[in-house]
Design a protein around this ligand. Structure first.
Ligand code: GLN
Length: 500
């Protein structure tokens, strides 16, 4: 059974194709693991065991009849509870959507369903994806399988924890300022923020629409490449979807190596935690050893990325969240008139961080301050985009740490929003620019034994080069989550070979 739990999705698919494993066996093992780890991790908001078993059965029948829907037919998946799912409660970890049953599926869900992926359930997150620790969920924090007194990162912390704990081979998350890459780094898994517009946002609960992007989390680079390939591509229902994004088979050419690639090391991004930077420096050395040409790269405007992000993000969020008015979705509080009903519904339905963003965003957009705050932040965004464009004329990829620190203790940053916001200092600028980026594990910190992630940033729509480099690095390091050698507790999965 433990072989199933930590089997990469690509290996599950191969075993199913060879007739050595059925989708039902896989789903049954994962459901058991999900049940056994839920009280310790709180990674799930909804589980859909009956549906998963039914879909697994159907996948096995299709395979037996030679009518598989895709190479991954029968490999189950988890969705961050920000993806709307027909007939399955979707709350986005907010009380304001408690009990809401969507009447349709997000495009990502529809496409994974068309590929035959059984749905295991919906993963916990920070309320409306606002946060870096998953402590902002209205339904309790998620815990890190490496150490359950620590956060798994966020906002896709449920997806990351489930994948790290062997409760799902892969999962979908969303990344607005780092919410796939940062939890991937803190939980020891791989996470990808694709180019803005590559994956449809149709059916994602909207947070900051010019920054939001859906992407995969998995234990291996190839699994992330494969899951992305199942859902990427134009969707006429999303007006910002890229019409012709090119070939979306990200496994093609993934083993081509990094020989000759020019990689820029961001001079300004050095992690303050020594144990993190030590692994990152090692990672740079490894890429060089593999034949990449590393050069120092200065991106001075990135310093203003986080402040610009924390104006643009709340501005867009405040406008997107206006729709939760007690009329159209979720529970309604009583009031003497409509205004009081709305204010009570919103007052009781939203958590503290959501209210903070609505207030900050409304302020930044208000008539007298619009140009001083929102307008200026948008000009900084243009500077960042131009700086990155210039950088890609001399390099193929850019590398940095994913997160300044390893996982932190539950409660440690909860009372200090600014400390929490700093978690995204290396990731948020990439969302402002729209480029693709991946976080790939590079071992554990010598200070505390917790995972460290390397961020590899590619040019827009250059996911292929990004995956090539990440795969070469992962293979050379030989560090992939497996059930062997658990350091600390029974949920913890550990490294396999490699240095760290
Ligand atoms: N932590 C960042 C924020 O709170 C990023 C969130 C995200 O990417 N969804 O905005």
């Amino acid at each position: 059974m433990s072989e199933i739990l930590y089997m990469p999705a690509t290996a599950m698919a191969a075993a199913m194709a060879a007739g050595e494993l059925s989708s039902r066996e896989v789903v049954a093992a994962l459901l058991e693991r999900a049940g056994g780890t839920q009280s310790a991790l709180n990674g799930w908001l909804q589980r859909t065991p009956e549906r998963a078993l039914k879909e697994a059965h159907a996948a096995d029948e299709r395979r037996a009849a030679g009518k598989s829907r895709s190479a991954f037919d029968g490999v189950p998946v988890a969705y961050k509870d920000i993806f709307v799912t027909k007939d399955v409660v979707t709350t986005c970890a907010s009380k304001i959507l408690e009990g809401w049953v969507p009447p349709y599926d997000a495009t990502v869900v529809e496409r994974c369903d068309a590929a035959g992926l059984p749905m295991l359930g919906k993963a916990n997150l920070d309320e409306f994806a606002m946060g870096s620790s998953t402590e902002n969920s209205a339904f309790g924090p998620v815990r890190n399988p490496w150490n359950t007194t620590m956060v798994p990162g966020g906002s896709s912390g449920g997806s990351a924890a489930l994948v790290a704990a062997g409760a799902a081979p892969w999962a979908w998350g969303t990344d607005t300022g780092g919410s796939i890459r940062q939890p991937a780094a803190l939980s020891g898994v791989v996470g990808v923020k694709p180019t803005y517009g590559l994956v449809s946002r149709y059916g994602l609960v909207a947070f900051a629409s010019s920054l939001d992007q859906a992407g995969p989390l998995a234990r291996t680079v190839k699994d992330c490449a494969a899951l992305l390939g199942l859902a990427a591509g134009h969707d006429p229902r999303d007006s910002t979807s890229i019409p012709a994004p090119g070939a979306t088979d990200y496994l093609a050419g993934i083993e081509d190596g990094v020989e000759g690639l020019r990689i820029g090391v961001v001079k300004e991004f050095r992690a303050p935690e020594a144990g993190v930077q030590a692994r990152i420096d090692e990672a740079y050395g490894r890429l060089e050893k593999l034949g990449a040409k590393l050069q120092e790269l200065s991106l001075p405007s990135f310093e203003f990325g986080l402040p610009a992000y924390y104006l643009i993000n709340p501005a867009e969020a405040s406008s997107n969240l206006a729709r939760y008015d007690g009329v159209r979705y979720g529970p309604r509080r009583r009031g003497e008139d409509v205004a009081q009903m709305m204010s009570r519904t919103r007052g009781e339905g939203f958590g503290a961080e959501v209210k903070r963003r609505i207030m900050l965003g409304s302020y930044a957009l208000s008539a007298g301050y619009y140009d001083a705050y929102y307008g200026k932040a948008q000009r900084v965004r243009t500077l960042i985009i131009e700086e990155l464009d210039r950088a890609y004329s001399s390099v193929d990829l850019i590398v940095s740490p994913t997160s300044p620190t390893t996982a932190f203790r539950i409660g440690e940053r909860a009372a200090d929003p600014l400390a929490m916001y700093l978690s995204d200092v290396y990731t948020a600028p990439v969302n402002l620019a729209g480029n693709a980026a991946i976080s790939v594990p590079c071992g554990t910190s010598e200070d505390n034994g917790l995972p460290v992630g390397l961020q590899i940033i590619a040019g827009a729509l250059d996911e292929h080069t990004m995956f090539r480099a990440a795969y070469a690095f992962e293979q050379d390091l030989g560090w992939i989550l497996s059930p062997e050698g658990n350091p600390g507790n029974d949920l913890t999965a550990a490294r396999k070979g490699g240095s760290s």
